[in-house]
Design a protein around this ligand. Structure first.
Ligand code: FAD
Length: 352
């Protein structure tokens, strides 16, 4: 079986398929895990009211799978992935009049008063807008993908790095191989996990598109300055256990351009400092931009395609880190011909 693309989606699926004794080769254009999966903030935002409806059950299930998913990866890689379950403090402006929680579908949100905010996150400058606590955790995506690659190799997944899949070869309506510039890999089945680039692999043209996000990472003299993910409409702040604090992000339609704009970074930094004033003085460690794999309806593409033995798992947009465990689970079921645990009809590539 060949998986095109070694981001968190491809690598997680490869590990899952190996558990069922499939032989798996990942063909990766660059180095595994250096694109969106490296750029992400790592929020596990399964309660987000902005999640499209069909995605809610998958998102909730994936969040539930996370502790075991990380535990296995830790075990198999000998590394320690930074999974934080302290929860999220979210500012939600413009709530509908009347029942302030009517827009919150999961019932997992708790309105905080000023006293609770001060106890949970003492450095937060309370703005007076409604703030909620949710159980959403976070994970360090860079640590996760590095450990996942190691765990996948440990399980016997082969990885061919530095070779882009140009096309899936089809004979008699069935996928039989993937073609790179240098070689052809025979394949009993092929899964396209190329993220924002999934639509560039022939012969099927999936409508994925890049949605750029710029980010920065800072560190403060005071360790543990922030404990929860803090999400506001114009910025979010995601603490890591080693003291780094990630601040993001933009949503830009800029093609495959990954350049960072200093003014945009400054604006994000200032927005974060308006939430937590000490962040204004924090030392900047790094800035970067990544490309979320978007689709026209902001839902992923999951499942079989019109070509027999050719599957797709791409287009996870803003939630691919969150959705990696459940994607691996259901796609491994689909590829093996088993009934998936969840109804995937809303995610079929045939909808386009
Ligand atoms: C700024 C930013 C913040 C984000 N924050 C979050 C967050 O807080 N929580 C969350 O859940 N998600 C977040 N995301 C989204 C998340 O990062 C993605 O949804 C997820 O990483 C998608 O994983 P993937 O494996 O599909 O794609 P990628 O990680 O992009 O992997 C695709 C891989 O395919 C390879 N590839 C491409 N073309 C080819 C080819 N032709 N042949 C072979 N290989 C190929 C690429 O090199 C790449 O390694 C964020 C994304 C960004 C950019």
């Amino acid at each position: 079986m060949v998986i095109a693309g070694g981001g968190i989606v491809g690598v997680s699926l490869a590990r899952e398929l190996r558990k069922h004794d499939a032989s798996v080769l990942i063909v990766e254009r660059g180095e595994p895990g250096r694109e969106a999966s490296h750029a992400a903030a790592g929020m596990l935002a399964w309660c987000d009211p902005m999640l499209p409806d069909p995605l809610r059950r998958l998102a909730q299930a994936s969040a539930g799978l996370y502790p075991e998913f990380v535990h296995e990866i830790d075990d198999e890689s000998g590394m320690r992935v930074d999974l934080r379950m302290q929860g999220t403090i979210a500012y939600l402006p413009e709530l509908p009049a009347g029942d302030a929680t009517s827009c919150i579908p999961t019932g997992e949100w708790r309105l905080l008063d000023a006293e609770e905010i001060a106890r949970l996150e003492p450095r937060l400058a309370y703005s007076g807008e409604p703030a909620y606590w949710t159980p959403e955790g976070s994970v360090d995506p860079r640590g996760l993908i590095a450990a996942s690659v190691k765990a996948a190799k440990h399980r016997g997944v082969d990885i061919a790095s530095g070779s882009a899949v140009i096309a899936v070869e089809v004979e008699g309506g069935r996928a039989v191989a993937v073609k790179t510039a240098k070689t052809v890999y025979a394949a009993g089945a092929v899964v396209n996990c190329c993220g924002a680039w999934a639509g560039e692999v022939g012969p099927l043209r999936f409508p994925t598109r890049p949605v750029k996000g710029q980010m920065l990472c800072v560190v403060t003299a005071q360790h543990g300055l922030v404990n929860h993910v803090v999400r506001a409409p114009e910025v979010y702040v995601v603490p890591r256990s080693d003291g780094r604090i990630v601040i993001g992000s933009t949503l830009e339609d800029a093609g495959f351009d990954k350049r960072v704009d200093p003014d945009t970074i400054q604006r994000l930094h200032q927005a974060a400092a308006s939430l937590i004033p000490e962040l204004g003085e924090a030392r900047m460690l790094e800035t970067w931009a990544g490309l979320r794999p978007g689709t026209p309806d902001a839902l992923p593409l999951l499942g079989a395609t019109e070509v027999e033995n050719y599957f797709v798992a791409a287009g996870h947009y803003r939630d691919g880190i969150l959705l990696a465990p459940v994607t691996a689970l259901v796609m491994s079921q689909v590829v093996r011909g088993a009934k998936p645990d969840f109804d995937l009809s809303a995610f079929s590539s045939a909808r386009f």
